[in-house]
Write a new protein. Structure first.
Length: 210
């Protein structure tokens, strides 16, 4: 990449978008809402159970013009965008966020919190990962804490993170998809005992939509 492209990337005017699609949010607080998804390539968190490994290598996704991404997003009836990844905050999301906001689009971001926040999302879903825990700032900013449960030890991880979030942050436990048959009963039982938590299912997978 030449210097101009490098500088446009660092300004967020180009972004390595992996895919864009209009669908329903399947997870967490905004479940069921229509939204335009923008998936940014690149992640170095390395979760062993990651179901979107093809997102990891940003070099596979040649940077695209952010203005064009914004123009596509505003064409849909739902005035909401989910920015996800990969780890979308590997890139400067300020320009994208400003452009969407100017056009009246609400911005929801899904992040591990491992990189500094850029842009001004309306909703931050913090999904902490043990390999690369969130920066402290995110615990005060998160609107939603969504912890992926793969085994019983993950409840301890969930509680550790829960202690750091601000009052009012919504708390979700979500079964890791490949282990859902084993972990679902554990999560149900845990939430009955610890009702601050709510279950989040990857409902888009049950609905067979992206
Ligand atoms: Fe996959 Fe998300 Fe973990 Fe990155 S943070 S490895 S995209 S699950």
């Amino acid at each position: 990449m030449d210097n101009t492209a490098d500088s446009l990337l660092s300004e967020g005017k180009l972004l390595p978008v992996m895919e864009e699609f209009y669908t329903l949010q399947g997870e967490g607080f905004n479940t069921g809402q229509a939204a335009y998804f923008i998936r940014i390539g690149g992640c170095d968190v390395g979760c062993s159970w990651c179901d979107i490994r093809e997102s990891w290598d940003a070099r596979l996704y040649p940077p695209v013009n952010t203005d064009e991404v914004i123009a596509r997003a505003v064409q849909y009836p739902a005035k909401a965008v989910v920015i996800t990844g990969g780890e979308p905050l590997n890139y400067n999301l300020g320009y994208l966020s400003q452009g969407l906001r100017k056009r009246g689009i609400k911005i929801f971001i899904e992040t591990s919190g491992s990189q500094p926040l850029s842009g001004t999302p309306d909703w931050i879903c913090l999904s902490p990962k043990k390999n690369s825990p969130p920066l402290d700032d995110f615990f005060l900013k998160a609107d939603e804490l969504k912890v992926i449960i793969r085994d019983a030890d993950d409840f301890i991880w969930a509680e550790e993170n829960m202690k750091k979030v601000r009052m009012g942050c919504r708390l979700y436990l979500q079964p890791e998809w490949s282990q859902r048959n084993t972990t679902m009963p554990l999560i149900i039982s845990y939430i009955k005992q610890n009702p601050r938590w709510v279950i989040s299912l990857q409902s888009h997978k049950y609905m067979r939509i992206p």
